[in-house]
Every structure is written in C-alpha cells, then in structure tokens.
Design a protein around this ligand. Structure first.
Ligand code: KIV
Ligand code: ZN
Length: 514
C-alpha cells in the first residue's frame, strides 16, 4: 500500500439509510440526494434495492440515467431474479456495480436461510457468476460476517473472488464487533484468502453499540480500502457509520492513515442538511462534524483560547466542511449581487436566470419577515422545492388559537386556477389547518410523520416542517419552511398532497370542485 492509497467512499444513504424506520424518500428526493452525493465526489452510490419495489427500481434507474460522476450500485440477494432486476435498473449507468449478498453466520444460515454452508457457497458463486455476466463490476457481501466462522468466511470469499467479485464487503450487520477485533478480522482475511490481492476489501458497520465509525476506521488501519457509510449515520436500527466522521477523521489524522478520500469536504454540511431536511430526521446538536455545536465555543476559557489561536481548541477548520466563517449576514436591503456573492461562498449554483430570479424573490419575501438572513436560510431557500408549478397553492390562511376555545383555521386555496375555501376546528392549530385542507380534497391520506426543525436560532427563525403521507401504499414527503410554524406546516402538507395529486400511479386524484 502506498501513502497515496485511495479510500473508496461507498455511500448507502439511499439504500441502508432509507431502511431507517420512518426515513422513506420519494424518487425526486432520492435524485436530489444522489446529485448532492455526486457533487461531494462519493465514489460509489448505492442507489437502492430494485427487486424490493417498483419505486426502488425506478429510483435506481433514474439515478443511473442522471449521475455520471459516481459509480451507481444496486443491491440484490444471491438470487437470479434479484440480480437481473438490478442489472435492468442499472442499464443506463455510465459506471455500474451489482452488490449481491448472502448470510454466512451459523444463526442466519440455519434459522433464516435454512441452508447448509455448502448450499450457501453454491448460491454465492452462482450469484456472482450471473452478476458478472450482467455488470462490469461486482461486489459480494457475506451478511453477518462479524458473527461468521472464520474458516468458512475465508472459503466463501476465495470462491466468489474466483467467480469474478472484485470487491469483498465484510459487514458487521448487527453492530456486535469491537474495533480491535474487527480490524484484526480484516487483516486475517486478507492474509488467509489466497487470492485476496485480486479484490478490494470493504467494511459495512452498523452502530448498535455506537462503534460503527470506530470499527470501520480500525478496519482501514488493517487494510480495508472501501468504507460503506451514510450521511448523518442514517441506517437500519441505530444506523451505519457516518460518512462525515470517516472522511474527516482520515483527513485530520493523515499521520495515522496511509490513505485519503476524494471527497470534496466543503460540500459535507450542505449534504448533511439536505438529508436531514428530506428525511425529517434532525441532526443532534452535539453530533460530531455536522452538529450545530460541533464548532461552537461556549465557555469563556475556550473562547479566549480560540481568539488567541484557533488550534487551541479546534482540530479541524469549520470552512473545511463548508461552514463559512466571517459570514456576511444578508437582510432586506441586500441586492442581487450580495445574494450572488453569498451563493458563490456557499457553493450554491442556480441552473438559470429564472431559477436565480425565483430564489431572489423568495429571499426578499423572507427578508421582509426576518431581520437577518443567515447562511442556513439561504441554503434552505436554494434546496426548496419549486412550489410555483404546483397544482394546489395556498392563497391565504388564518388560524385562531385561544386558550379558552378550540383552535380554528380558515384556508383559501388555488386549485388549478380556481379558488376554494374551507374552515375547521382541530386539536391544535396545525390539526385545524390540516382538517380544513382535508375538506377540500376528496381522497384520504394518512399522516405518517410530522417533524419541525428550526433552521437558525431565535424566535424569528424559519421553522422547517417535514411531513410524510401515505396514499394507496405510495409514500411521499412534503416540506415547507416559514417563520410562521403553522404556515410552514400547511406548506409542507400541500407539498405532499401536490405530489400525490401529480403521481401517475395513483388513480384517485380528484379534488373537490374539479
Ligand atoms: O448490514 C448488512 O449486512 C447489509 C448488507 C446487505 C451489506 O446491509
Ligand atoms: Zn447494513
């Protein structure tokens, strides 16, 4: 290994991350995240599990068509039908990978697969052979490797490398391993598998004991050259290793790691905010790297130290993850040039003059309500969904919230050019507003998630609301931001309803009066 080894960053936010309970994303949102990951220079994007649903298939297909800067990977069990479905979804990708897996731990083989170890090897070899005939690049994972028998693991790995797998991923599926053990396991596998030099070894660690990042990094020290991770550590149960922590540790401790990543770290913060805003999963304030407090210094001693020399209490620069220091705060007197300069600082590009004008109008609208516009506000505005093209738009609303009466809301909507009005009581202001909207649509949606997050601090901060609604098994997310939380909630709900209304796979899309 040389000092310049590339550590491959394999992001699975769109696959394992989406398996987090309550983190479903719709196709447009997945494409938005895939674009942000590609901008971040992620080497491999695991875009989904095409056999799992038509939605997953289409998402992988669309991402494969759109993204040309990263390799697009699709997951498949060690079954022919899964692999062919994955290959089909990937056919427009510039660079593609099929990732096939089968469990190898005694408990999984006996209880889940009901297969003998010999049958598992046979299925794995067959799967890799089919995958190799259908994709230029094949990854194999022995699921629950962290609890598998070492000799069996080496045996199956040798056979799948012979069958054409070029990446061998070692998952700690249940997050059971300790850092020293897991690192040692990787080293021993590489040393004991006779053809190990023909593959890149990867790790995929879950965070059940809070050790996903430590286990991944220990493996890198012992020869792994791919890490599977997710933005903000999203993932099944307690999540996966957090991409931002892996990348910034390797970058900050180059004295320890003999490899580095291709990640454009200045885009980390933007990516983290986007994933949090789309999933409605807020980032905890003390989260390493991307938490609101990660670069905040509260105590007088620390502040004094930082003023004298930044390195006294900071091991990384906030700018390196995309937080702009000496930030220019914008307000209602700021013009187009100030906004353009701020966007350049924040690495935000607008696709056309029209989209810049749209952003500028929304910026002015916000500046009328809010004294100071911070970087987070601009990022939120630029990530905002294009509401102007929606069929159902809010014209006006009023909500009465009086401690002695039931909350009451009146809503006026423009539905495809016509005005409709409704009112309702509710258990709270948001409930009343949602009930009033429900009177204007003649299909039922089930609200699965309602989450509010403040974008900046202060009572005039924009509140960002994410809702998830389900209609006939189709799940959509809606987002809204405003300084008024009830209005942000209404915008989020209407955003979701518009997506349902425009979904060609749903039949009931009639609105009252149309
Ligand atoms: O955790 C796991 O084992 C997985 C595999 C599919 C790689 O997600
Ligand atoms: Zn996993």
């Amino acid at each position: 290994m040389s000092d310049t080894d590339n550590l491959i960053i394999f992001d699975t936010t769109l696959r394992d991350g989406e398996q987090s309970p309550g983190a479903s994303m719709d196709i447009e949102e997945k494409i938005q995240i895939a674009n942000a990951l590609s901008d971040l220079n992620v080497d491999v994007i695991e875009a989904g599990f095409p056999i799992a649903s038509n939605g997953d298939f289409t998402a992988v297909q669309e991402i494969a068509k759109t993204i040309k800067n990263s390799r697009i990977c699709a997951l498949a069990r060690a079954l022919e039908k899964d692999i062919l479905r994955a290959a089909d979804a990937l056919k427009d990708a510039k660079y593609s990978r099929i990732h096939t897996f089968i469990a190898t731990s005694p408990i999984h083989m006996e209880m889940k697969l009901k297969m003998t170890p010999e049958q598992v090897i046979e299925n794995a070899v067959k799967a890799v052979t089919i995958a190799k005939n259908n994709a230029e690049d094949v990854e194999f994972s022995p699921e629950d490797a962290g609890r598998s028998d070492f000799r069996f693991l080496c045996n199956i790995i040798e056979k799948v490398i012979d069958a054409g797998a070029t990446t061998i991923n070692i998952p700690d599926t249940v997050g059971y391993n300790m850092p020293h053990q897991f690192g040692e396991l990787i080293k021993k596998i590489i040393a004991n598998v006779p053809n190990s030099s023909q593959a890149i070894f990867s790790v995929h660690c879950h965070n059940d004991l809070g050790l996903a990042v430590s286990n991944s990094l220990s493996s890198v020290l012992h020869g792994a050259r791919q890490v599977e991770c997710t933005i903000n550590g999203l993932g099944e149960r307690a999540g996966n290793a957090a991409l931002e922590e892996i990348v910034m540790t390797v970058k900050t401790r180059r004295d320890v790691f003999s490899c580095d990543t291709r990640i454009d770290t200045k885009k980390i913060m933007n990516c983290s905010r986007l994933v949090s805003s789309i999933t409605g999963f807020p980032v905890q304030p003390n989260k390493a790297i991307v938490g609101k407090n990660a670069f905040a210094h509260e105590s007088g001693i620390h502040q004094d130290g930082i003023i004298k020399s930044r390195e006294t209490y900071e091991i990384m620069k906030a700018e390196d993850i995309g937080l702009v220091s000496n930030s220019l705060v914008l307000g209602k007197h700021s013009g187009r040039n100030a906004l353009k300069q701020k966007m350049a600082q924040l690495n935000i590009q607008s696709d056309s003059d029209d989209s810049f004008n749209d952003l500028f109008d929304r910026f002015k609208e916000l500046a009328d309500k809010k004294h100071e516009i911070y970087d987070e506000d601009i990022i939120r505005l630029s990530n905002n969904i294009q509401l102007s093209g929606e069929d159902i738009q809010l014209i006006e609303m009023s909500v009465t919230s009086d401690s002695s009466k039931k909350p009451f809301a009146k809503i006026k909507l423009n539905i495809k050019g016509e005005e409709f009005q409704s009112s309702s009581e509710g258990d709270g202001a948001v409930d009343a507003a949602y009930n009033a909207i429900n009177h204007l649509i003649d299909f039922n949606v089930e609200l699965k998630l309602y989450s509010v997050n403040n974008i900046t601090s202060g009572t005039d901060a924009q509140g960002e609301v994410t809702v998830r609604v389900v209609k006939d098994d189709v799940i959509v997310n809606g987002h809204g931001a405003d300084t008024d939380i009830v209005k942000a909630s209404v915008l989020a709900y209407l955003n979701a309803i518009n997506k349902i209304f425009q979904n060609p796979n749903l039949e009931t899309k009639k609105l009252s009066g149309i």
